[in-house]
Unconditional design. Structure first.
Lengths: 316, 258, 309
């Protein structure tokens, strides 16, 4: 069963003070997320990621379209007991302590009273919030709040978790912890849907990604597939700051960094490049075949001109 | 009654308490004690009158101020601060949220009034040295004041569901003032003609009728109150509160959260 | 299937509609059963000065509110044929303390404070006090002198003071010319029907308050009756002097004195002659303020207004 089926969700806002003009935040979106996968929802800021998430959560009402979550209508309140949501830069009732907050949320999610206390402790341990008993949330740092946010999203053991920019505000150690957590969630059989604009995270974690820009879906596919196409290019690195003329003649793109030069050339020029360097007595440091990075795919998709109407998300 | 409503109500109550709202009781206690002592000293034979009038009026005014100031932020603050996101992503219905908030605020006011009532009776005992049977009517006056609070809370919540805190405060306070003069509004209406008369009468009936719920001077003068009045006022308050809450639910159900 | 949101909307909208209707109906019911002590509530603070202080500067608005309450109070009690208007004086005093320039309040006081119950509150002294207060604060308003003179004339029958007040009033700039005329009338023909008629006509024509106008109409009607009865009674006496006996009936008087038709009262009913020669009005209850033409032992009913003007 698909964990999430987005069937044409669309959002148009009317903006302006006197004469309202329509502004399309999201074009009709069609997307499917399978159970048990980590799905990345990528796009620059303002692309429509948060709008999509808010619609799925029922915080914002779509102009048209529907969705199904875990097989139910997305507006079904009961289904919310099985999903968790971490909003971007979460805010919580700052007069509560983390324990109280989680207990309250547990109540609202229907966690039975006898289990609640234990679960709260467990989940706080899991996100690494210790020694915070009796401390009001208003005293938490940004990183601590982020952890609390993750805690409340997984407290009630949901089958499907939505994270909106989960790494924001975390130091590198924290980010590593969150990445590990997401892996664990996948191991537990949960589905994770997370939106971000940080591609390296997506590349490391996701099974599949979708790319969205200016409210429009630009591409969907498995990360493996998207990055496996060898573009037929190699990267050559050599010592010094000199760029031989012959190199340029081969059509290399060169960048000088510090006291090394990196050049990207078509694969079939590889031998010619090595010869050129040897002739000039330049010391070769490395030759590496280039794989397409997600970033490249991302940038390429962003540069495509916007299409109108729906874009069906299939493999690239 | 869904358990979620109870939890939301309890949390709203907790928020109010941690917001130090109950400190108003200190101001109230000071006011009432001061008045009781002052009146006891000068002994002008209307001590009971002053204590009851002053005490009940203070209960009413303090309560209305609290109801408005907390009420106007109940929804708008949560939207503004985005604390609603993680609440509504749970199996909480939007209408449960509104109803829960209402009961939380109403509960806060009931607790507040309870303590104030003790203060009023205490002050009364101090100046009159004993209770007399008609003093039980004070309980009826307090009950009516609580009914007033229910109406104000529901109105503040209604405004909070679509308006900024400042505007909500203005609306709610205006309705309180006009509602207190509802009888006079009816009087104006009966003296007017044509369209004005129709509009004024409509306004007089739509505005919450606080003058009907204000029996403070009657109680101070130990005039009896019929059980029919008590029943009808109770029903009126319940229906009016339902009107405001239904309105709040209808508006909130439709709101796109930013 | 109707989704949850639509269902909530329908339920909430229904609740709203039903509750609104219910609360309006309940309010009407509550009005009926509430202690009519609402006005006495308003007068809990009986002292005008205290009300003024309590109004924290919103005197004007409070004056309007109290004025409305005064008119309502009087109207209700009048409608209910009450016999007392104990709150009228305090209400008017509070109103004028809050706003000494609220002229209609003084006019109202002149018409309804001074007369004896059930026509008024029966407090001519307070009425005089109110008028003098009004004159003090509005010395250029000739109407207030009129009101004061009115009270002296109609209730206290103090023609000397009435004349003096009308004279004072006539000296105010822009005073109505008839102030001078009234002053003269008072001085010489105080007890005449003509004078009284002039006064009441003036009141009727210059006031816009409906209670005052209706009151004036009733007094004019009563004057007419009083005048007719007086004249008829004189004719009866004349008849007796000519014939040495009483007329057998009104018809005989009509014939003997060569009257044009049987005399009728302002309602068109014939005057009657009793066995002992008294001229009587057919329906004395229709003329609240008459002083003549009533049968012996007659107790006047509370006044009712005949016309709506």
């Amino acid at each position: 069963m698909a964990a999430i089926e987005i069937l044409g969700l669309e959002k148009t806002y009317m903006v302006g003070f006197w004469r309202k003009r329509p502004k399309r935040a999201l074009q009709p979106l069609h997307l499917t997320v399978e159970e048990g996968e980590i799905f990345g929802f990528l796009g620059p800021n303002g692309a429509g990621k948060t709008t999509t998430l808010k619609m799925l959560m029922g915080l914002v009402f779509p102009t048209s379209g529907t969705a199904r979550i875990l097989g139910h209508e997305w507006t079904d309140p009961e289904i919310k007991a099985q999903i968790g949501f971490l909003p971007e830069q979460p805010y919580f009732y700052d007069y509560l302590t983390a324990h109280e907050l989680l207990d309250y949320y547990g109540q609202l999610s229907g966690v039975p009273a006898k289990d609640r206390k234990r679960r709260v402790e467990e989940v706080l341990q899991r996100v690494g919030l210790t020694d915070i008993k009796g401390v009001q949330l208003r005293k938490f740092s940004k990183g601590m709040l982020q952890r609390a946010g993750i805690a409340q999203a997984i407290l009630h053991n949901p089958k499907l978790v939505f994270f909106d920019e989960p790494m924001s505000g975390l130091d590198p150690l924290g980010r590593r912890e969150v990445r590990d957590l997401m892996e664990q969630l996948k191991q537990e059989g949960k589905t994770v849907f997370f939106s971000t604009h940080i591609l390296s995270d997506a590349e490391a974690l996701c099974d599949r990604v979708a790319i969205i820009h200016q409210g429009e879906l630009r591409g969907v596919g498995a990360v493996e597939d998207l990055t496996s196409t060898v573009q037929g290019k190699v990267e050559v690195v050599w010592q010094g700051t000199q760029i031989p003329a012959s190199m340029k003649a081969l059509g290399a793109e060169c960048h000088v960094t510090g006291d090394t030069v990196r050049a990207v050339l078509p694969e079939n020029q590889q031998d010619a490049a090595i010869d050129a360097l040897r002739r000039e007595r330049i010391r070769l440091i490395a030759i590496t075949p280039l794989r397409t990075s997600l970033e490249a795919y991302f940038v390429e998709k962003l540069q495509k001109s916007p299409t109108t109407g729906k874009t069906v998300g299939t493999a690239v | 009654m869904s358990p979620r409503i109870v939890h939301i109500a309890a949390n709203t109550f907790r928020e109010a308490v941690r917001d130090r709202v109950l400190y108003n009781l200190i101001a109230f206690a000071l006011l009432l004690s001061g008045a009781a002592i002052f009146v006891g000293q000068i002994s002008i034979d209307i001590e009971r009158l002053v204590v009851i009038n002053l005490g009940l009026t203070a209960v009413s005014l303090f309560g209305v101020v609290i109801a408005i100031f907390i009420g106007i932020g109940l929804v708008s603050k949560e939207i503004e601060k985005r604390t609603l996101y993680t609440v509504l992503s749970r199996p909480v219905r939007r209408w449960e949220f509104i109803v829960g908030k209402f009961f939380g605020l109403a509960g806060t006011l009931v607790v507040n009034t309870f303590f104030m009532a003790i203060g009023v009776f205490g002050a009364l005992l101090y100046v009159a040295h004993k209770f007399s049977k008609p003093d039980a009517l004070i309980l009826v006056a307090l009950y009516f004041i609580v009914l007033e609070f229910l109406i104000i809370c529901s109105l503040a919540l209604l405004f909070s569901s679509f308006s900024s805190p400042l505007l909500s405060a203005v609306f709610a306070f205006s309705l309180f003032v006009i509602g207190s003069f509802a009888d006079d509004l009816r009087g104006f209406a009966s003296l007017a003609h044509g369209m004005t008369r129709w509009l004024a009468t409509a306004a007089a009936y739509l505005v919450p009728n606080f003058s009907a719920l204000n029996v403070i001077s009657a109680v101070a003068h130990q005039q009896p109150l019929t059980s029919q009045l008590i029943l009808n006022n109770t029903l009126y308050a319940l229906f009016y509160t339902t009107v405001a809450l239904s309105g709040a639910v209808l508006i909130f159900e439709r709101r796109n959260l930013k | 299937m109707m989704n949850a949101r639509k269902r909530t909307t329908v339920i909430a909208a229904t609740c709203l509609a039903i509750s609104m209707a219910a609360s309006v109906l309940l309010l009407r019911h509550i009005d009926e059963i509430r202690p009519k002590a609402t006005i006495e509530d308003a007068l809990y603070i009986n002292s005008p000065q205290m009300v003024k202080r309590a109004s924290v500067g919103f005197n004007g608005l409070m004056a309007c509110i109290y004025w409305t309450r005064t008119v309502q109070y009087f109207g209700h009690r009048h409608f209910d044929r009450a016999h007392t208007y104990n709150e009228l004086a305090p209400l008017l005093e509070i109103t004028t303390t809050l706003d000494p320039n609220l002229i209609p309040a003084y006019e109202f006081g002149a018409s309804f404070l001074a007369p004896k119950p059930p026509g008024g509150a029966g407090e001519p002294a307070r009425a005089i006090h109110l008028m003098e207060y009004g004159i003090e604060h509005n010395p250029d308003n000739w109407r207030l002198y009129y009101d004061l003179g009115f009270v002296y004339y109609t209730e206290l029958k103090d023609y000397r003071n009435a004349a003096e007040v009308f004279e004072r009033g006539s000296k105010v700039p822009n005073a109505h010319p008839f102030m001078k005329i009234m002053a003269a009338q008072m001085a010489t023909h105080a007890g005449d029907f003509t004078t009284a008629r002039m006064l009441w006509t003036a009141t009727y024509e210059s006031s816009r308050e409906s209670n005052i106008r209706q009151n004036a109409v009733e007094h004019l009607r009563a004057l007419r009756v009083d005048e007719d009865v007086t004249n008829l009674q004189a004719l009866v006496t004349e008849f007796g002097e000519h014939t040495g006996r009483l007329p057998a009936g009104m018809w005989e008087l009509v014939v003997a004195e060569q009257l044009r038709g049987t005399p009728v009262d302002p309602d068109g009913n014939q005057y009657q002659l009793s066995a002992d020669g008294q001229v009587l009005v057919q329906n004395p209850d229709d003329f609240p303020f008459i002083t003549r033409g009533t049968p012996p032992g007659y107790i006047p009913a509370p006044p009712k207004f005949h016309t709506k003007s």
